[in-house]
Design a protein around this ligand. Structure first.
Ligand SMILES: Nc1ncnc2c1ncn2[C@@H]1O[C@H](COP(=O)(O)OP(=O)(O)O)[C@@H](O)[C@H]1O
Ligand SMILES: [Mg+2]
Length: 370
């Protein structure tokens, strides 16, 4: 695109480092250092793909007069308490919630709310420290796990919503959402809550679909999101749609960079990048077919045999796949999204054909665990 790229990451071995023209190991949370470096390079656009970088990107944009989300939106999109408070204010449906900073407060709050409860850090991602608890003992245990994952030292206790979970990928242009995809999800077994599968298009009835579309519109207007890419996680119960959380970045695991572009025949990230610099035309795309992101899970134990990764990747309909494990690796319990061993992205004409595509690809994989 002819853009000179300055990239930062806390790690001096960041995967993206070789792709950037300039790289500096700066913690994405470090607003001042990032600003200083951005000023040195006189950047004229800013972007981040990670929630943790959103407040910093907004700070830099504000100081340098660049096109990005406001600092207020950046806070509301990354701090689950600020998000819930504003959602309540704009009457966007969601669970009852409390924010606590000690186990004593957690117990008092749980007594008011009743069990089961969802415990999670106010400001973390990837389901880190997220659990469902059914009683006081579980609460105390999981509260401390959530606390460890919380940057600000605060934890949310939420009413546990039930229904079908889904997420929405959308581009926002001049305050208007353009939906790239809506999925339904398969989640991990309790007590953890990470994703196992995202299926597009989600199986929702026409009235559920219109509720979801209406919900997205209300969120974009109520949070005053002007431009950029958004990712919204929802709970659908009958025709009722509730907010799990949203982000002002695209869905990870290559959904926004690979699956959405393929399903919509549209250069999603090209649009997002151009939008970082200047006003762009509204995105025009035509969605079609079915797509899936499936996480490949393995049971606990030692991998004694692992074959067929390349064959799985080359299987018909597979957009991308990997299994980042090798023979001899010892696998433990997967408690959050970061330690899922592999993934598969695939496309087909419809969801039925997609199931077959996924099965065919997975059949090429031979894993023995002892
Ligand atoms: N109030 C809730 N009721 C039911 N499930 C929830 C609730 N809050 C979170 N979850 C579940 O936990 C998962 C992780 O929580 P989330 O708020 O999305 O945090 P993270 O930033 O770690 O993704 C969600 O995808 C959802 O499955
Ligand atoms: Mg989430």
């Amino acid at each position: 695109m002819g853009i000179e790229v300055c990239a930062t990451d806390w790690s001096s071995n960041a995967e993206g480092k070789p792709f950037a023209h300039h790289f500096e190991a700066i913690d994405l949370k470090d607003k001042e250092k990032t600003l200083q470096w951005a000023l040195e390079h006189q950047i004229n656009g800013v972007l981040t793909a990670a929630d943790i970088g959103v407040p910093t990107a907004a700070y830099v944009a504000e100081k340098m007069g660049l096109r990005y989300h406001s600092e207020l939106l950046a806070l509301r999109a990354t701090n689950k308490y600020a998000m819930r408070q504003h959602a309540l204010k704009i009457a966007l449906p969601g669970p009852e919630f409390y924010c606590v900073s000690s186990d004593t407060e957690a117990i008092i709050s749980a007594e008011k709310q009743g069990f089961p409860l969802l415990v999670k850090p106010v400001d973390s991602q990837s389901s880190r420290g997220v659990s469902v608890v059914n009683n006081k003992e579980e609460l105390l245990l999981k509260f401390s796990e959530a606390m460890q994952a919380s940057i600000s030292g605060r934890v949310m206790l939420e009413e546990m919503m039930t229904g079908t979970e889904g997420s929405v990928e959308a581009l926002v242009h001049e305050g208007k959402p353009y939906i790239l995809g809506i999925c339904d999800k398969i989640k991990s077994a309790l007590p953890y809550r990470y994703d196992l599968e995202l299926n597009y298009p989600g199986s929702y009835s026409p009235s559920q679909q219109s509720s979801i579309i209406e919900f997205v519109g209300k969120l974009v207007t109520g949070f005053e999101i002007k431009n950029g890419v958004i990712h919204i996680e929802i709970m659908v119960t009958g025709d009722k749609v509730q907010l799990i959380e949203f982000a002002v970045r695209g869905c990870g695991s290559k959904v926004i960079t690979h699956l959405m572009p393929a399903m919509n025949a549209f250069d999603v990230m090209g649009w997002v990048i151009e939008n970082a610099f200047q006003t762009v035309p509204a995105p025009i795309f035509r969605s079609g077919g079915a797509g899936v992101l499936k996480f490949i899970m393995l049971s606990s134990g030692r991998i004694s045999k692992l074959h067929g990764i390349e064959a799985m990747k080359n299987s018909e309909g597979v957009l991308d796949a990997d299994l980042e494990r090798k023979e001899g690796d010892v696998l433990g319990v997967v408690a959050d999204g970061r330690s899922r061993p592999g993934y598969l992205l695939a496309l087909a004409e419809n969801r039925e054909a997609l199931n077959q595509t996924v099965q065919n690809a997975l059949n090429k994989l031979e894993v023995v665990i002892v």
